[in-house]
Design a binder for this molecule. Structure first.
Ligand SMILES: Nc1ncnc2c1ncn2[C@@H]1O[C@H](COP(=O)(O)OP(=O)(O)OP(=O)(O)O)[C@@H](O)[C@H]1O
Ligand SMILES: [Mg+2]
Length: 513
């Protein structure tokens, strides 16, 4: 009786997959069937679509409506196919001319009154449809802010099914997504990260944070309760360089796919700072689960993953994290699908030195016996520690020194300038060595380019060799020392990596014990 095809899209992990919605109306008893691996939310689409079509004054076909979603192998999730299904039905019923559907892609959930609701991951969905050759893509107005990031490929936006139908029938353009087009989109205040000036003293820990920020290095703070580890760690974002344009797009896609507000990333270009609680499960950390969604490691992509109270985290999660740190990505394989989620992150962690918290603190005596100390140490997986560049002890500032007024504390703004300068020098040098964008910070220098990139002096090499012997360091740990020493030299403005920088780098290793 009638038939129509139109494109929609669904999320797989953090990527959009184009879905062909094929609608067939046949003269049988009224009934709606949706076939092609729909999840519950998609199956419920029938009820929403029926109500929405009536709400905009069209008639819903009193016949058999069969909706086929292809490719059949991809699980269709969420309500984002509603809009494509509704328009497909109207076209199959002859209420919207077929020609108008040409190469149109539609994304949106329908409310019963025909309003179009925002969908999770609209950025990835719109991007997929545009790159898949759709000449016209329409998404919910509420997703306008994030999809505006697509620049020239930004989709049109609509708030109501009636607008979409009218735009298709008349071939008139709807407004294009822009950072103003989402109603109620708030302007975000500047970063919520605390400023380093809120931390009194602790100049050595602050220096280590600057080194970490300047080279993208992993950092572990260890010290007694109340020493200020958590406070210091939360200051890291105030030192980091902003995301580049393409990085921001990448991160916004991930956050949008996870149902988080991506507008902050889009507008402020702030690097993600994820601080999951130590009760987080392995899936919470690494993602996966039924929907193959991103975990904290992927949400921290191009930013920071902060694991406060490191020894309290699930061991299997930490073990799995080793691989992620190595590869910069998480791989989930399930029977029918393999999903790779990006996770190029900077690891920041904090831990007490022992169970009672006071081992070596100089504040109180440690009450742990040798067995307890050893067990605690084992909880911190050795191979994971080996992958953290900077091991930094934090000693509590004495109460009397906390309100020291004569020495103004170091502030983030000035230190951030140093970080930005050092990052620039690195980017230029590493680009000159032919390294791709993602490897243009010292922590990412591949082993093959290491000596060329770091250029240690003879004296620096001697110190490195001594440290490798004395601390029984792995080759990986030795490479890490070179990278950290390079970052310190970049902060100092040295062409080569001198002995002093190497000695400071070794210091960050030795303190870890
Ligand atoms: N150097 C400092 N300057 C200013 N305030 C500080 C400093 N050190 C600690 N504090 C204060 O002490 C509080 C506790 O610090 P924080 O939570 O960072 O300690 P911690 O080392 O993480 O302790 P725990 O091991 O118990 O988690 C902070 O919220 C802050 O108010
Ligand atoms: Mg703490």
């Amino acid at each position: 009786m009638g038939q129509a095809r139109i494109l929609g899209a669904t999320l797989l992990g953090i990527e959009g997959v184009a879905v062909e919605v094929e609608v067939r109306i046949s003269s049988q008893l009224p009934r709606i069937d949706i076939v092609g691996l729909p999840e519950a939310a998609v199956r419920e689409s029938a009820a929403r679509v029926r109500a929405a079509i009536r709400a905009v004054g069209f008639t819903f076909p009193q016949e058999r409506v069969t909706i086929n979603l292809a490719p059949a192998a991809v699980r269709k999730q969420g309500a984002g196919l509603d809009l494509a299904i509704a328009v497909g039905i109207l076209a199959a019923a002859g209420q919207v001319p077929m020609e108008s559907l040409g190469s149109v892609g539609l994304v949106g959930e329908l409310a019963l009154d025909g309003r179009i609701r925002s969908v999770r991951g609209a950025l990835a969905l719109a991007d997929r449809l545009a790159r898949g050759g759709c000449s016209r893509v329409i998404v919910p107005s509420a997703n306008g802010f994030e999809t505006a990031l697509l620049g020239d490929a930004a989709p049109e936006v609509a708030q109501h099914l009636s607008q979409v139908v009218e735009a298709l029938v008349t071939a008139r353009a709807l407004p294009v997504a822009s950072s103003e087009s989402s109603p109620g989109a708030e302007r975000h205040p500047a970063s919520e990260a605390p400023d380093l000036s809120s931390v009194r003293g602790q100049d050595e820990a602050k220096r280590a944070l600057v080194v970490a920020a300047a080279g993208g290095h992993g950092l572990l703070f260890r010290g007694a309760p109340g020493a200020g580890k958590t406070l210091l760690a939360r200051c890291l974002p105030s030192l980091l360089p902003p995301l580049g344009r393409s990085e921001a797009l990448e991160v916004a896609r991930i956050h949008a796919a996870a149902g988080l507000d991506a507008s902050r990333v889009a507008e402020r270009r702030e690097r993600p700072f994820r601080a999951p609680h130590h009760s987080a499960s392995r899936a919470g950390l690494l993602g996966g689960g039924r929907q193959l969604g991103p975990g904290e490691a992927t949400l921290a992509h191009r930013g920071v993953l902060f694991l406060d109270e490191l020894p309290e985290f699930d061991r299997r999660g930490l073990e799995a994290l080793r691989q992620v740190l190595e590869e910069g990505r998480v791989v989930h394989a399930r029977a029918e699908q393999r999903v790779v989620l990006p996770a190029d992150l900077q690891l920041l962690a904090a831990a007490n030195p022992c169970v009672c918290g006071y081992f070596g603190s100089g504040v109180r005596d440690c009450r742990c016996d040798d067995g307890a100390l050893a067990r605690y140490e084992r909880r911190l997986s050795g191979p994971l520690l080996d992958r953290i560049d900077l091991h930094v002890p934090v000693r509590p500032v004495r109460f009397a020194d906390l309100d020291l007024t004569e020495v103004p504390p170091l502030e983030s703004a000035a230190l951030r300038e140093e970080v930005l300068r050092a990052r620039h020098v690195q980017a230029v040098r590493l680009a000159g060595l032919g390294l791709p964008d993602a490897m243009r910070c010292n922590a990412r220098i591949p082993p093959g380019s290491l000596f060329e990139a770091t250029r240690p002096t003879r004296e620096a090499r001697r110190i490195l060799a001594g440290a490798v012997d004395q601390l029984a360091l792995s080759a990986r740990a030795a490479h890490r020392l070179l990278r950290v020493a390079r970052t310190i030299s970049d902060l100092e403005g040295d062409e080569e990596t001198p002995a002093a920088a190497m000695a400071e780098a070794v210091g960050y290793r030795r303190e870890g014990g």
